[in-house]
Every structure is written in structure tokens, then in C-alpha cells.
Design a protein around this ligand. Sequence first.
Ligand code: ZN
Length: 266
Amino acid sequence: MQQARFLTDQRLINTTDYLSAAERYRGLLLCPLCGEKAWFIKAVNSDSINRAACFGAHHQHGCEAATLRLNAEDDVNPSHKADTVREPSTRYAPAGLWQSIKAPQLGGSDGYDVNSALRQLLSHLCRNADFAAQGQKLQLLAASGRELMAGKLADYVVHVNDISDKHLEALYIFWGRINNVNEREFDNPEDDELWLNIGDYRKEPSVFIDADLRRSLVKRFNLADLDALSGADFILLGHAGKSAHGKFTLHIAMSKYIAFRLYGIG
Ligand SMILES: [Zn+2]
């Protein structure tokens, strides 16, 4: 769509407005017709694609503002390299993994690939947000064998809209949808920050990725353009922190602890 509604003053803005003040508008845009969160999509001019800048949204069914079709890229997986060869049988965890009564072992040398397991859990949650509420058990072991999580899956899976102070101290599986991506560059590139924002970066939760993790993330998911994460579903195994302003920030220790469901423009 060519226009989006700016939450702060309900004004309609176009892509030129956005480009003139991206910092002001990022994370604060809605589809003018269905009210779903919107984000900016930059123009692409290549040999194969010519697309003007526009706004994307996961529109409600039948919304007439939809001009782009977003298709879940269900086969988006980490770039397969040597580890595919090393662990061919663990790349894809079986469908029943998260429903297993026997505690599955994730991340250990004899366990499932934790990234594939997260990706699979995300697929289930996107189809059914209450997926984890079926009494499934979960056990997660670190490579050292130390138990990181054990118990009911439902006690560990937290949607970003449901994060509260009780989630601050321990490890959880957080999931939700990224609205916009903000890359902040500093004089020293090692200080660069990548923020995956759920919406309004001042109030709504964000995933924080430092420069090291960002490099690892780009490689693992073959991300030529980080903007591809706008509108994507995500899941991560990590910790939540809270700023003095009451904003929650999610942190991961390694790129294998986050997975995405990207949407291609169809
Ligand atoms: Zn809409």
C-alpha cells in the first residue's frame, strides 16, 4: 500500500514522508483500513525486480489496502554448510518433538539441533497460538549436559505481548512478530547495534543483537538484507531485561537460539 496511518497524530503518510523522517515514523504505522501494524518496504531496482517503495502489513482477511501478497517462506532455514554433513539426522527434528511425553534433549551432542527445534515450534505457534497448552513436556540441556529447562512447555513459552516482570530472571522461549528493524551504527563498528522491534521502540519489546551476534545471524540465515526481518515471526530462547522506562528487551547468547519465519513478497 502507498499510505500508512501514523499512530501519533492519525495522519496518513506516504513513502516520501517516511523517508524524510524514518526515525519519527518507524514502528508507529498502521494500515489505514484494517488497523494492522505496518512497516516500510524500500524500493528495489534490480535486473529481475522493479518495485517502488511501499508499506507492508499482515492485513486482516479481505483488507482492500493490501497491494502486496506476503507469503510465509516455510523453507527458510539456516544456510546449510558443514554441520548438515556432520549431523544429517538432527537437522530436522521430528514433527512430534514438542508433543513428546518423553523429554526431548535439545542442544546436547546427542540431542536435536536447537535451532531446527525452535523453528518447528514457531511454525506450530503461528498456526495455533495455544499450541503449547496441550500439556507437552520440555527438557532442554546445554551441551555440557546441564539442564536449562524442564517441565511443561506452556510454562516456558511466552508471547511478546504477555511479557511481564515475572519473566525477568530466568530463561524463556519468547515468540512474536517483528514489525521493524533498526540498525544503529557507531564510530566503532564493534559497537553497532541491531534492534528487532515489535512496534514502538520506546514502549514495546525489542530483540537486541550486538555486532558479533549480528554477523553470526546474517551468516546463519543467509540474510542479504536485514529488512527481510520486517514483518517476520520470530522465536528465541533467551532472557528478558527491562529498562528504567519499563520497556522489555530480549537477549540471546548465540544466533542458534533464535529462529524466524520470513515472509517473501509474492
Ligand atoms: Zn489492511
